[in-house]
Design a protein around this ligand. Sequence first.
Ligand code: GDP
Length: 337
Amino acid sequence: GHAFGPNPSPRIVMMGLRRGGKSSICQVMFHNMQPLDTLYIESTTAPTTSVFSSFIDFAVMELPGQINFTEAMIDAERIFSSCGALIYVIDSQDEYINSLANLHSIILHAVNANPNINIEVFIHKVDGLSEDFRLDAQRDITQRVTDELLDDGLVNVSISFHLTSIFDHSIYEAFSRVVQKLVPQLATLENLLNVLCQHSGIEKAFLFDIGSKIFVATDSSPMDIPTYEICTDFIDITVDMNNLYAADRRPKPVTRSDANANNGTANITNRLESLPQGRPIGSTSRLSNGVILYLQQMVKGLALVCLMRKESMPNIALVEYNIEFFRDALEQLWLIG
Ligand code: GDP
């Protein structure tokens, strides 16, 4: 599938044992739930699908983890054949031996159904581990999983490992990496962002999916986490301000019982839906350290978020002029994609 254009897009399937954190990840990423509130959601018991419709248009399918395969796996094979990535969530705070056995058999099924599938292992809940422990866990899990695959003679499996937690930005970063692999026009997008930065004195530019805060692409200058965090915070502030003054379509405040009711259903609520249609959001902010943040919604639910410094920026009119070119290029890409 394509990530651009009107056709069905890459699907992402998420699996893992019960209590691993799958529902929490989906609620935090796609329904803007506060991480601490995930304590109260019910664990996944039946396969659930939530379709997250934005620029990326992907479906996250959660299957309850089980150590032995049942009918659900037969279905899963059908699903694997049409999906781009399988995210497998491992609870790093728990004994993960059972998870690894489960993951191993799932990989065999997935690769059998779709040899090109990307296997993305989320070593999750690492907020509870010390820095040393995190790296140890990552090394140990990577070693065990790849050894087993080698034993099976599977050398061409595309498999990556990510350390994640819903309590910081690591989950967004990991999801961004997963999604970027599925965007066929990634190289073109990166080039466009590079050109934009060079000609506008922009220090760092991201193309974000506003609803999920997944970044679809960034320019090739080095990325640090604080910069990324400033940009995601800026998206939140801009969306919240926008919603506050969109008197006609005020978002309903989410209460805990709503959050429970939404859990596991195909209910789609993301904040983008509360944005007024047809009026792209945008804002500019100058921070006390001289950094200028600039956000403009582009096509669909995508926003360009840039970081500039007053000294290096030619002038805002030129920047905006260049951004219009960038938007045109995106629209072109959209049409041909
Ligand atoms: P599921 O059965 O895989 O859907 O797991 P849940 O989403 O129900 O999560 C089980 C528990 O793990 C919940 O109490 C969550 O609050 C907790 N949890 C989820 N993600 C994290 C995380 O990143 N860190 C920590 N410390 N706890 C988490």
